[in-house]
Design a protein around this ligand. Structure first.
Ligand code: CTP
Length: 403
């Protein structure tokens, strides 16, 4: 089988050196990579490096090998174009359809999925011009990965760092694996909750649960790779922020509710994969609860937490917003699942059977997805990534039409 053809566009930022690592990952995993740097990128990393690492010729301009019509052919032949780093200037050119070098020509002729991994200073990223260009590219179906937060060139820190090359590679790999010609969640905003809430009892103790957050992260990553703008509301997972995802960190059920409702205000879909505590201690003790000399133990009074899923379902922020819940059941899985779907009022309920093959903390999952319209989709035992893709496949036809 022919190797998938990937164009690695590199524009002129200091993070160009990190694209060498992305290139190595792409070639080592069996992709035929053609590197197309801009002239500015060649100030940071020379053509010899790109050529040696890719095993392919490297040029930044359209005047070499003109008989091969490279300004058209490279884009036409590509299965995926990834631009990393994408500077503010490159995003502007791509959004406006400029074509003054080989990379910008390639972007205009490519009909395959296109991924941009921006890297720039925070001010440039936040500038309305850049934000509008990013919105334009996303609306047209490109995947624009959110930059990471951290150390930037010089003494500055903030949002604008190129995401880890391993994360960019992961986004590319998922897009290629699905064989999609256009990211099918492009232009959509989705919200995913993940992890388990912790309800504090005193400064050192909490009521918690065993949710690892892996399924929620798989959902968030899959949606980002399919082109969605993703807000991940995370509770106590300790998992690093995935590339291309806006992460909001919360601790308790009440904080999770607030963050989810805020993000849901303009969301096309909300997936509640988090294990939200149903109860919290009625009183938070400001000091550590001490043992008493009489050998007795304190009684902890609990109060109900809000049911976020039920609230989201009953009071949709937008007409046609799709709401998805999760349920872990041990007995009468389908009957309990159907009853829960009706009780919560959501559109889809992913019912996990928890038993010997534990769902919590494992890499695998087995489920049935129940739909409010009566459809039932069994998902065989397999990686949480596969279940994540199935959930989005089921959300997709239920999304409201966009204008
Ligand atoms: N959920 C929520 N808010 C809560 C509790 C749960 O939003 N306070 C959401 C979870 O994120 C999940 C779904 O509801 O998507 C299922 O939670 P589950 O605990 O199985 O449902 P319960 O109504 O608590 O049912 P049970 O009586 O089986 O505990």
């Amino acid at each position: 089988m022919a190797k998938p053809k990937v164009v690695l566009g590199v524009s002129g930022g200091i993070a160009a050196y990190k694209a060498c690592e992305l290139l190595r990952r792409l070639t080592e995993s069996g992709h035929d990579v053609r590197v197309v740097p801009t002239d500015s990128a060649l100030h940071f990393v020379g053509a010899a490096t790109w050529s040696a690492l890719s095993g392919n010729p490297v040029s930044s301009e359209v005047w070499e090998s003109v008989h091969e019509v490279p300004h058209v052919r490279i884009g036409q032949a590509a299965d995926l174009v990834v631009v990393a780093p994408a500077t503010a200037d490159m995003l502007a050119k791509a959004a406006h359809g400029l074509a003054d070098d080989l990379l910008t020509n390639t972007l205009l002729t490519a009909r395959c999925p296109v991924v941009f991994a921006p890297a720039m200073h925070t001010e440039m990223w936040e500038h309305p011009a850049t934000q509008e260009n990013v919105a334009t590219l996303r609306r047209r179906g490109a995947v624009v990965i959110e930059p990471a937060v951290g150390r930037l060139t010089g003494v500055d820190t903030g949002k604008g760092r190129l995401p880890d090359p391993a994360e960019i590679f992961e986004v590319c790999r998922r897009i290629l694996a699905r064989g999609v010609t256009a990211p099918d969640l492009a232009g959509r905003h989705v919200v995913v909750s993940a992890g388990g809430t912790r309800e504090p009892l005193d400064p050192v103790r909490y009521l918690g649960n065993r949710s690892s957050g892996k399924q929620g992260y798989a959902l968030a990553k899959a949606a980002a790779a399919r082109g969605a703008r993703v807000t991940l509301v995370e509770a106590n997972t300790g998992i690093p922020d995935p590339a291309g995802v806006d992460v909001v960190h919360v601790g308790t059920a009440v904080q999770l509710r607030e963050a989810v409702l805020k993000a849901a205000a303009d969301a096309d879909a909300v997936v509640m994969a988090a294990a939200v505590a149903d109860f919290r201690p009625a009183v938070y003790a400001a000091g550590k609860i001490k043992k008493k000399d009489d050998g007795g133990a304190p009684t902890v009074e609990l109060v109900r937490n809000p049911d976020v899923l039920a609230e989201l379902s009953a009071d949709r922020a937008l007409p046609g917003q799709v709401v998805v819940g999760f349920a872990a059941e041990t007995d009468d899985v389908l009957a309990n699942g159907r009853a829960k779907l009706r009780r919560k009022g959501c559109d889809l309920l992913v019912v996990n059977e928890v038993g010997e093959r534990k769902t919590f903390g494992s890499e695998e999952n087995e489920a049935v997805v129940l739909a409010a319209d009566g459809a039932e989709t069994p998902v065989p035992y397999g990686p949480k990534e596969a279940l994540a893709e199935t959930v989005w496949d089921l959300v997709l036809p239920r999304l409201r039409a966009t204008t």
